[in-house]
Design a binder for this molecule. Structure first.
Ligand SMILES: [Zn+2]
Length: 299
């Protein structure tokens, strides 16, 4: 992942300057999805010019009059919510650190609560679709793995109590992407499956001493453990690799605190949607306003 390319986040003022009305938003969808000049699907003219049609969410080929609907097949297509409100909602999602609730959209956009909730869920889907989909790790790459328990009753002293809680697993590459998943339980089989689906062989793994992780080692992975039970939070192994799980732990801290403050309670069934939202933001946080275009491209 290229992290040298720092871009600043868009301010509200810049947002409204860039997307002052529905026409500007439609123009942006057209540009991101088709390009303003593209080969016309009907007359076949290469680099054809398309003109915006009055009062319709459509463009028309300057050569044959063929209509192009940039919003076709997107979350915008059948929505009666104006594009400007959709764009502003997406802007709120990428600007926020603690997430955006449906209630917040209801208040900020003046849409109904039901509409706000639905928009939020659809934007979370976009975030899932637009996120990094590849495998993590590989030779000389290091990954931290840690699971967490979301919602439900308070965990016992051990911190592993899962009564009524949703179990989530996080795998974060050092200076790289994070992958998260809701898992049925913290058994070795559950952890193992997600691990092998998402981590390349030959990776250096750091976990705490939770026994389930012992089973991730055999397949050519190098595994180091920190003993949280003994208040050990980092160590260096005999090959000189530094082991800790601070990166993924920080992610869980932010996620749990945000869920508590923004959403109060999220149902088990929707935990993955909220997780996708936070994972996307974590993976794209240094993209600044380009994050916005990634999401629009995912519509
Ligand atoms: Zn044409």
């Amino acid at each position: 992942m290229n992290k040298k390319h720092h871009t600043r986040k868009m301010t509200v003022r810049e947002f409204f300057k860039r997307f002052p009305d529905d026409a500007a938003c439609l123009e942006h969808v057209m540009t991101v999805r088709y390009g303003h000049r593209h080969t016309c699907g009907k007359c076949g003219v290469i680099d054809a010019t398309f003109h915006r049609l009055e009062n319709r969410k459509a463009y028309s080929c300057a050569h044959c009059g063929h209509n192009v609907y940039p919003c076709a097949g997107t979350i915008f297509e059948k929505s009666r919510t104006p594009l400007t409100l959709w764009f502003y909602a997406i802007f709120l999602f990428i600007s926020s650190r603690h997430g955006v609730s449906g209630m917040e959209l209801h208040r900020q956009l003046g849409v109904t609560r039901k509409c706000g909730y639905r928009m939020g869920m659809q934007i979370r889907q976009l975030m899932n679709k637009g996120d990094f989909q590849g495998m993590l790790g590989g030779i000389n790459r290091q990954i931290e793995i840690d699971e967490a328990y979301i919602g439900g009753r308070r965990a016992g002293k051990s911190g592993r109590g899962a009564a009524g809680k949703t179990v989530v697993m996080g795998m974060k590459e050092r200076d790289g992407y994070i992958h998260t998943a809701v898992i049925p339980n913290a058994s070795k089989n559950s952890l193992r499956q997600v691990f092998h689906e998402n981590v390349k062989p030959g990776t250096i793994i750091s976990t705490d001493e939770w026994a389930g992780y012992n089973l991730v080692t055999p397949d050519g992975h190098w595994h180091g453990t920190v003993r949280h039970g003994a208040k050990e939070y980092a160590n260096t192994d005999e090959l000189g690799y530094r082991h800790h799980v601070n990166g993924v732990e920080n992610f869980w801290k932010l996620f749990k605190a945000s869920i508590r403050s923004t959403h109060i309670q999220i149902s088990k069934a929707h935990c993955d949607a909220y997780l996708n939202e936070f994972t996307f933001r974590q993976n794209h946080r240094e993209m600044g306003q380009a994050m916005f275009d990634v999401l629009i491209a995912a519509v």
